[in-house]
Design a protein around this ligand. Structure first.
Ligand SMILES: *[C@@H]1O[C@H](CO)[C@@H](O)[C@H](O)[C@H]1NC(C)=O
Ligand SMILES: *[C@@H]1O[C@H](CO)[C@@H](O)[C@H](O)[C@H]1NC(C)=O
Ligand SMILES: *[C@@H]1O[C@H](CO)[C@@H](O)[C@H](O)[C@H]1NC(C)=O
Ligand SMILES: *[C@@H]1O[C@H](CO)[C@@H](O)[C@H](O)[C@H]1NC(C)=O
Ligand SMILES: *[C@@H]1O[C@H](CO)[C@@H](O)[C@H](O)[C@H]1NC(C)=O
Ligand SMILES: *[C@@H]1O[C@H](CO)[C@@H](O)[C@H](O)[C@H]1NC(C)=O
Ligand SMILES: *[C@@H]1O[C@H](CO)[C@@H](O)[C@H](O)[C@H]1NC(C)=O
Ligand SMILES: *[C@@H]1O[C@H](CO)[C@@H](O)[C@H](O)[C@H]1NC(C)=O
Length: 824
């Protein structure tokens, strides 16, 4: 049985092979041993971890290590990583002085060095994954004689301290293996540098690779998305004795670890998903290009959404403009105006928001000083270049000051901190400066003219400029210490790729709930429980990442109870995804075109849905900040929430996809046959009125329970519009009503809806009402105009007129969004 398991595992996971069967013993007493040849292992009391000999990958070498007992080979710790054993002669013993000694053919390959010799010791593998040497009668963690947690390999487990024990000068850091075959420590590590204001780095050898940044009371400055979450709780402890990062798991049934990945040069947090028997990536560092240490040089600022990403801080300019313009940013930036420090303290500060604070190598810190005193102190020392609160928790407290160049600043993807940067007085108020220049010019020209007049003139300019300054919301405000972050940055709804991958189970087919014209849609659940729908945009977008994000930012601001809420977006290389709130009842087409589910939607519910869609469209067309023409309104794009309220989805997607943004003429037709207005389908002309046309079709579909496309009537070749139009002309409009609709009390209301529907589908856009008049018509009893002939009312209309532009087979049952490029 054991042999069978063993061979399965080897076949299944090639990472680590050669695990042997185990006996459930968790500890070794003095003079006992654990030998590779006997195949014995230690198993922690609760069965979480196992310690023994293993062979990583194809290396053929033997190592003493610890791995998860219940999870396919995931090694979390290695003892003799720099001294492999070449055969199965390895033996681990606890010798008489209490030290662990690992031998190969009686040659010592690895051992511990207890500070004091101990007589009565035991080495025990704990359920936390910690392998400890302790006095037999002493279970207090504070007095362990030795513990593996003090000597991490490539994995940080819950409860491990990452950082310094200042008393013993023990520096606990995590270091990646060389490769999955070779646990020799590579140069890639994660460690704490003990600056005045200590900060974590990812290092490659002695080179800084990514600065994680100092702890600011809430998170590490460079990792603002490290937030309270349902998986783990984290903390940073800084006392006179020790400085470290630690995390714990919220729920003992969740398994998570942090691991340094050598091949990807990433620090990855994994979460074990038992249902899929897989480690899923939860978070990774570095996150993006801007996380590269000091990418933009001294006094540069990395802004991932800008192009190029490196920008000089305000008040600075490229030191070597030629190099800077060819994307060699290493020279960084220098001040536009030298500081005036010793000349009467004319300097001041500008405040930049939403940043990762600069490297803290040359800093001074006081955890109790107020920000106002911090400012004064910085001003009084000519080498102080910037200051801010050392603790941003609550109202903010403490003082940290920077000396010399400001290194490795970036704009944070979310949140971020304020930084007050020292500036010469002349930089603090450019406007006042330009006023001066103007005044001087005027003086030279108008030298002879009355000084009184001139003063009056300047005064006016000054006042006008002051007024403008107040309303302009400038980037920076002189000596303003109370301004919040700019609204736009807070609104950028970026969601981490790994978060989405976990939420939707790595794009698994089980999570796929549909395939729209723009790509597949997946259902998922975020870690905090919110259900989401993720639309993965496929095909080539004409937009760059920045434009895409800007569009998403705009669209995300559209909020109306009849619009599906766009929660955010995610980009990963060429992948673009939109994340929406999840609608449990699916789309309207599943109801109205289904005999059984159709009964759920009685007439009053259908009317409620029609009105909701109309109001949502009014908002898109005229009430929102953007004028959005949907261009692909159809039953499958109307989603229903848990109370069967309609919500329009996919609005703005043409915009996000890089389509034309204003009313007019497009070469890129986006839409669905059967819903497209004639002028749009044929000539590519779109406007709010083409949406009104689609709404009219939708209205007729909701009433009739029949699809516009694929409508079939035994007696004639008309489509749904033509059929409705004929019935209307013959005064038999009510025959259009869906047979699954029973007990309609208000037939005149239904008749009115059909009437409105026909007004909406009139052939000429100028004859169609606007959506706001549609809302009025639906909600009142006023007289309505007689509809003129609709567009596209025989089946052949569309295909005949448009066949020469149709590059794809049209399947009459499949309703897909089409995108015709160059449809003219
Ligand atoms: C390990 O322990 C076994 C049984 O106690 C003993 O026979 C063997 O000699 C020991 N091996 C070493 C290398 O100490
Ligand atoms: C136990 O092992 C340690 C480390 O190898 C060594 O320094 C010490 O001398 C050993 N003690 C005995 C009694 O062998
Ligand atoms: C260990 O000892 C055995 C027997 O003496 C020998 O065959 C083997 O080569 C030795 N292994 C190593 C790595 O020295
Ligand atoms: C996890 O722990 C954090 C910190 O204690 C807490 O804020 C959060 O609510 C916890 N989450 C769950 C799901 O228990
Ligand atoms: C821990 O997770 C399990 C399984 O997901 C769940 O049943 C349990 O309620 C959770 N416990 C807590 C305290 O959140
Ligand atoms: C101070 O101002 C004077 C005159 O404006 C100038 O010559 C001198 O260089 C300035 N000193 C410093 C340190 O900026
Ligand atoms: C300014 O601060 C630096 C760093 O703390 C210190 O070395 C220097 O003496 C200070 N200068 C003055 C004038 O206080
Ligand atoms: C940061 O400030 C908060 C709230 O003012 C306080 O509770 C916390 O202890 C402070 N943290 C540090 C490290 O000083």
């Amino acid at each position: 049985m054991d042999t069978l398991c063993f061979s399965n595992i080897v076949v299944y996971v090639l990472l680590v092979a050669g695990f042997k069967a185990s006996m459930a013993v968790s500890s070794l007493r003095q003079s006992q041993n654990l030998s590779d040849a006997s195949g014995t292992t230690l198993v922690s009391q609760g069965g979480n971890f196992e310690l023994g000999f293993f062979t990583p990958g194809n290396s053929g070498k033997r190592y003493l290590g610890i791995w998860y007992k219940k999870i396919p080979q995931t090694v979390v710790w290695v003892a003799n990583n720099i001294n492999p054993i070449y055969d199965s002669s390895g033996v681990l013993t606890v010798n008489t002085t209490g030290n662990l000694v690992l031998t190969q053919n009686n040659t010592v390959v690895w051992y511990t060095s207890l500070t004091a010799s101990a007589q009565n010791t035991v080495a025990e593998l704990l359920d936390s994954g910690n392998f400890v040497v302790r006095d037999v009668d002493e279970a207090n963690p504070e007095v362990y004689l030795w513990q593996s947690f003090d000597f991490p390999s490539d994995t940080l487990l819950p409860g491990m301290k990452l950082g310094w024990d200042l008393k013993t000068r023990l520096n606990r850091k995590v270091t990646a293996w060389n490769s999955p075959d070779d646990p020799t420590p590579s140069g890639f590590s994660w460690e704490l540098l003990l600056h005045t204001y200590p900060e974590f780095f990812l290092m490659k050898g002695s080179d800084k690779f990514m600065r994680i940044g100092p702890w600011n009371g809430l998170y590490f400055s460079g990792v603002p998305d490290l937030k309270p979450n349902p998986i783990y709780d984290f903390n940073f402890i800084s006392t006179s004795d020790e400085v470290y990062y630690i995390y714990s798991l919220n729920n003992t049934s969740v398994i998570s670890r942090l691991m340094m990945n050598p091949t990807k040069s990433q620090d990855i947090r994994y979460v074990w998903v038992e249902a899929y028997k897989r480690w899923e990536i939860y978070q990774t560092l570095p996150k993006d290009y801007c996380d590269n240490y000091n990418l933009c040089g001294p006094n540069g600022n990395c802004i991932i959404s800008d192009s190029p990403v490196c920008q000089c801080l305000k008040g600075f300019q490229p030191k070597i403009p030629q190099a800077w313009n060819t994307m060699d940013w290493s020279g960084g930036c220098v001040r536009n105006e030298a500081l005036n420090c010793n000349n009467g303290s004319k300097d001041g500060f500008i405040r930049l928001s939403g940043l990762k604070v600069p490297e803290t190598k040359h800093t001074w810190i006081d955890q109790t000083m107020s920000l106002a005193r911090c400012r004064d102190k910085c001003l009084s020392n000519c080498s102080c270049m910037a200051y801010t609160s050392s603790n941003i928790s609550g109202a903010g407290s403490g003082c940290v000051m920077w000396f010399g160049d400001l290194i490795d600043i970036r704009k944070s993807a979310s949140d971020g901190q304020d930084l007050f940067i020292r500036m010469a007085a002349s930089e603090l108020d450019e406007e006042r400066g330009s006023k001066k220049k103007l005044a001087i010019t005027i003086v030279s020209i108008l030298g002879a003219i009355s000084v009184v007049l001139l003063l009056g003139f300047c005064c006016c300019i000054y006042q006008a400029q002051r007024k403008r300054k107040k309303t302009d919301k400038p980037d920076t405000i002189e000596e303003d210490q109370n301004r919040g972050e700019s609204e736009d940055d807070l609104d950028l709804p970026l969601i981490d790729f790994s978060t989405i991958v976990i939420a939707i189970n790595n794009f698994s087919s089980e999570n796929k709930i549909g395939e729209g014209g723009f790509g597949p849609v997946y259902r998922g659940k975020l870690a905090h429980g919110q259900e989401i729908a993720v639309k993965r945009l496929s095909g080539s977008s004409r937009q760059g990442i920045t434009e895409f994000k800007n569009e998403v930012k705009l669209i995300a601001k559209l909020q109306h109870r009849n619009l599906v809420k766009l929660l955010g977006c995610c980009t990963q290389r060429d992948d673009r995804m939109l994340v929406y709130e999840y609608m449990p009842n699916g789309s309207l087409d599943c109801f109205i075109f289904d005999d059984t589910k159709g009964k759920v939607l009685n007439w009053s519910r259908r009317f409620h849905i029609v009105c909701g869609i109309a109001r949502g469209l009014v908002y898109l067309h005229q009430d929102s900040r953007l004028r959005i023409i949907h261009r692909d309104l159809k039953a499958s794009n109307i989603l229903l929430d848990d109370k069967l309220n309609p919500k329009i989805s996919d609005f703005g997607i043409a915009r996000i996809f890089g389509g034309d943004q204003t009313e007019g003429n497009t070469k890129r037709v986006v839409g669905t046959y059967g819903y497209m207005a004639p002028e749009y389908a044929i000539d590519g002309l779109f406007s709010v009125k083409s949406d009104v046309f689609s709404f009219g079709i939708l209205l007729l579909e909701i009433i009739s329970g029949k699809r516009s496309r694929g409508f079939y009537h035994p007696n004639h070749s008309l489509n749904l519009i033509g059929h409705a139009w004929n019935l209307w002309k013959e005064g038999r409009a009510l025959e259009l009503i869906d047979s699954s609709l029973e007990e309609i009390c208000n037939l005149s209301k239904v008749r009115r809806c059909i009437h409105v529907g026909l007004l909406c589908v009139q052939h000429y856009p100028e004859d169609r009402p606007t959506m706001s008049s549609v809302v009025l018509m639906l909600g009142s009893e006023t007289e309505l105009a007689q509809p003129k002939a609709p567009g596209f009312y025989t089946k052949n209309d569309f295909t005949e007129t448009n066949s020469y532009t149709t590059p794809m087979e049209i399947n009459s049952t499949n309703e897909v969004t089409i995108t015709l490029l160059e449809a003219r």
